[in-house]
Every structure is written in C-alpha cells, then in structure tokens.
Design a protein around this ligand. Structure first.
Ligand SMILES: *[C@@H]1O[C@H](CO)[C@@H](O)[C@H](O)[C@H]1NC(C)=O
Ligand SMILES: *[C@@H]1O[C@H](CO)[C@@H](O)[C@H](O)[C@H]1NC(C)=O
Ligand SMILES: *[C@@H]1O[C@H](CO)[C@@H](O)[C@H](O)[C@H]1NC(C)=O
Length: 447
C-alpha cells in the first residue's frame, strides 16, 4: 500500500516541475537509467531530442519521449521465507504526459503492480541451541600472561533450514602461567671500527682488514630461565680500501745470457744484463742496488794481427856516383840508408813508406880544406837542469871552408847536399871558442 501511494506522488510531482529550471541532461535513456551526461540545460532544451533523459527534482532519471510504460521488473522475493506467500513486480510510467487518462487510483494501481502466489520449500528456519562450553584450552603462553579459549557447538539441537544459533561459538580470557619469561638477548650498538691490520696495501697479499664489535648486552639474555643468545655475529670485518699502496723495493731479475765476446781476437769480455723487475720499484720503494751490467773475461784463442814496424834507419852508406871516383871533387853523388819492416805476423799489415832513403852528397873524406870559423851556435839548454850553478853555452868552431861547393844539387829537383866523410882542416890559427852564461832563477831539484 505504501508503494502504491509513493508511485502516485511521483507522477504528480513530474507534472509540476518547472520547465525553466536547469537540469542535468543525458544523451541516453535506458529503461529508467540516464547515461552519457551532456551538461545542464532547461528541460525544454534537453527534451528537444525525445531519446534523451534528465534528472528530475526527485533525483530520478526521466525520459524526454512521450509517456509510456517501462518494462516490468523481475518478480520479487516471496513474502514469507517458507510455505505459501506472494511475489510482486512493478512498472512505471516514463516520459512526458500520462500513460492513461482519467484512471482512478484503483485502476492506476492495477496498471503498475502485479502480485502472484509463491510457494517456497516446506521448511521454516529455526534457531539451534548451544551445547555446554568445552574445557578451557591450554594457555597460549608458556610463561607469564597469555590467552586461552573454550568452544561450544550449535548442536543441541542444531538449527533448521539454514538458521544458526545466536551468540558466539568461542570465548576467550586472559590466563597466567606461574613462570617468569626468559629475556632474550639484544645487540648493543656497534662500537667504532678497530685500526686496520696494516698501514698500506701490498700487491701480493690480501688487503688489510678492520673489525668492529657489538655485544649481546642490550639486554643480556637471562640465565634463569635461559634466554636466547643474540642472533648473528658479534663482530664484523671489512677491507680497508682507502689505504695507500705499500712501497715495493726493487729486486734484480736473473742475469740475461752473456753477449758474444767483445773482440774477435785475443781476450775480451762478455757482457750480461739484468733488469730491476723482480719486482720493479714501485710506490716510492728503493731502487735495485748495484749495476745492471756485469762482465766476464772471454778468450777467443785467436792471435790478433801484428802490424809491421819500421826499424831505425841504418847509417848512411858510402857517397858514390855512377860517374866514377868523386872523392874530393866538386861532383855530387848519392848515398843511401835502409830500414826494415819488423814483427809483421798473424795477417797484420806491412809497414808503409820507403825502405830505402837517398840523398845527394859530396865525398870529402880526408880532403884538405881551408878553415873558417862557424857562426855562433844556438845557446845550449841550461845544464844541469836544476839546482845551483846552472849554465848555458854557445860556441864557434873551426870548420872547413866549403863555400866552393854548390849548396844544392840533383836533377830534376835540386836538394841540399850533404858532405860525407871527415875532411882535413888546419885549425892552427882558428881556435874553437866557447861562451858561458849563468841561467838564473832555476828551481831547486826535487829531492
Ligand atoms: C473522463 O472524465 C471526464 C470528466 O470527469 C469524462 O467526461 C470522460 O468521459 C471520462 N473519460 C473516460 C474515458 O472515462
Ligand atoms: C873561403 O874561400 C873563398 C874562396 O876560396 C874565399 O873567397 C873566402 O874568403 C873564404 N872564406 C873565409 C871565411 O876564409
Ligand atoms: C898550418 O898553418 C900554419 C900557419 O899558416 C903553418 O905554419 C903550418 O905549417 C901548417 N901546418 C900544416 C900541417 O900544414
């Protein structure tokens, strides 16, 4: 009955809506539902399209088209949960205008509501009854405070037709166990890092490390009853990555093979080299000490070539001419002297130069000449060469007057001629003279 009155009220309100009021306008109307909002316009404007819908003052979706009946709703639930009852369905007049003219309230009711008989299965729900509470279950804790519960079942009698018992099936309460709980250990904060195990990083060893510690003291585990030790380790290790590299002192590598002998004859040396690479000096370490080079004697057992050497010249030989005897005559001759290339051996070179030497000469041996005085000689060296009483001398000597002989002879090239042999000179009138001077400022002799 309430439903019927409500429907009539909706119809009345619909007719009284002001056409100038703005409403939400939708481009789709689908059996009571508005879809695809366009915006707010007057009902007149929205309903220029008879397929549109809008939201009326009652908050419900209205149809713009001419009034017509909606589809019937599905049949509703049976009016009783068991045995015989009724089920109803409804429809509405949608759109502008009226679906019927002059209907009485009674007729309108018939048009919008249908009722039919329904018969549900012959089983009416009945509450069940609880069993007695069961025993309390053991306390949830093994020490100090915990919870425990007990249960009951909905079985005395059980419910019917899907019903249940009223009230909870289990009950909980606090429980106490007469035993102190153990305290489990907790870690303290980490202490600061210990110093590194080294001051520098060596290439041949793992990097130095450092440790830090924590203790199981925050809180310590209880002993009675025994608490758990702290989980995990009480120390931690890490590598010291910031350290500088350690200096590496250089060390010699092995000697290389000896080079070939430095000479091809006689005795020489083999040279051996080594490198400062075992290991090489690094990061400011000391260099290798000593030489990178060593030598050892080697013997080729080959005699080296010996080049020839000139002997001293021999004495000038007799002054001769192929024109016969030239003794005491002003006719030039030739005299020679010789030398020898000595010691050549083992493929060595012979001497370079002349083996025989020639010069022009006059043979004046035992010939008579007038005498004359020579020019003063050059001053002699100081004698003795050090100490006191040092002197130098020069002299003029009685010599043969050879001015009648030509100074140079020979063909094609003229050369100074030598006078060969000791002549006879009357030096009765011309005496040799000698001059002496003291040498001054002569240093003392070394002792
Ligand atoms: C509707 O009501 C009017 C006046 O109340 C009446 O003159 C008319 O005949 C009725 N129409 C129908 C279809 O009953
Ligand atoms: C040497 O002899 C020549 C010629 O015989 C003569 O003219 C000259 O004066 C002599 N010289 C001396 C220093 O006697
Ligand atoms: C040497 O000359 C001197 C003087 O002119 C003379 O008296 C003397 O006999 C000469 N002696 C010789 C060996 O000719």
């Amino acid at each position: 009955m309430v439903q019927v009155l409500w429907t009539s009220l909706v119809l009345l309100i619909t007719f009284r809506e002001s056409v100038s009021q703005e409403v939400k306008c939708y481009s789709r109307f689908d059996n009571g539902d508005c879809g695809d909002l366009l915006g707010e316009v007057t009902i007149e404007d929205c309903c220029l399209n008879p397929h549109y819908g809008y939201i009326g003052a009652d908050g419900k979706c209205k149809f713009c088209g001419p009034a017509s009946w909606s589809e019937w709703t599905p049949w509703g639930r049976c009016s009783v949960p068991c045995k015989e009852g009724v089920s109803q369905r409804r429809r509405e007049c949608q759109g502008r205008g009226k679906c019927t003219l002059n209907s009485s309230l009674e007729e309108l009711q018939k048009l919008t509501l249908e009722t039919k008989v329904c018969i549900e299965p012959d089983c009416c729900p009945e509450h069940g009854q609880w069993s007695k509470w069961g025993e309390w279950q053991p306390c949830s804790a093994t020490c100090e405070k915990g919870m425990r519960k007990r249960m009951r079942t909905c079985t005395e009698p059980p419910p019917r037709c899907g019903s249940s018992c009223e009230g909870p099936s289990e009950e909980e309460e606090h429980c106490l166990v007469d035993r102190v709980c153990p305290t489990h250990g907790g870690w303290s904060n980490w202490e600061s890092w210990q110093p590194c195990s080294g001051t520098c990083a060596r290439e041949d060893l793992p990097r130095p490390t450092q440790r830090r510690y924590r203790s199981c003291s925050n809180p310590p585990p209880s002993s009675v009853p025994p608490g758990d030790e702290c989980p995990g380790l009480g120390s931690e290790t890490r590598t010291c990555d910031e350290l500088p590299s350690c200096p590496v002192n250089g060390n010699w590598g092995p000697w290389g093979p000896p080079s070939s002998c430095s000479v091809t004859c006689g005795v020489g040396v083999n040279e051996m080299l080594r490198q400062c690479d075992n290991p090489a000096t690094k990061h400011g370490g000391l260099p290798c000490s000593g030489s990178n080079k060593d030598t050892q004697i080697c013997n080729t057992k080959n005699h080296c070539p010996v080049d020839g050497q000139w002997s001293q010249w021999g004495t000038w030989e007799e002054c001769k001419s192929n024109r016969g005897n030239i003794k005491c005559r002003k006719i030039g001759g030739q005299q020679r002297r010789q030398r020898w290339c000595e010691h050549t051996g083992f493929g060595g070179l012979t001497c370079e130069g002349k083996i025989t030497d020639y010069r022009p000469c006059f043979d004046i041996k035992s010939c008579y000449f007038d005498s004359k005085l020579s020019e003063w000689s050059e001053w002699s060296h100081c004698e003795p060469p050090c100490g006191e009483g040092v002197k130098r001398t020069r002299e003029r000597k009685c010599i043969p007057n050879l001015s009648e002989y030509p100074e140079a002879i020979g063909y094609p090239i003229k050369a100074k001629a030598y006078f060969e042999g000791k002549p006879k000179v009357n030096c009765t009138l011309l005496k040799d003279t000698k001059e002496t001077l003291a040498c001054i400022k002569v240093p003392l002799c070394d002792t």
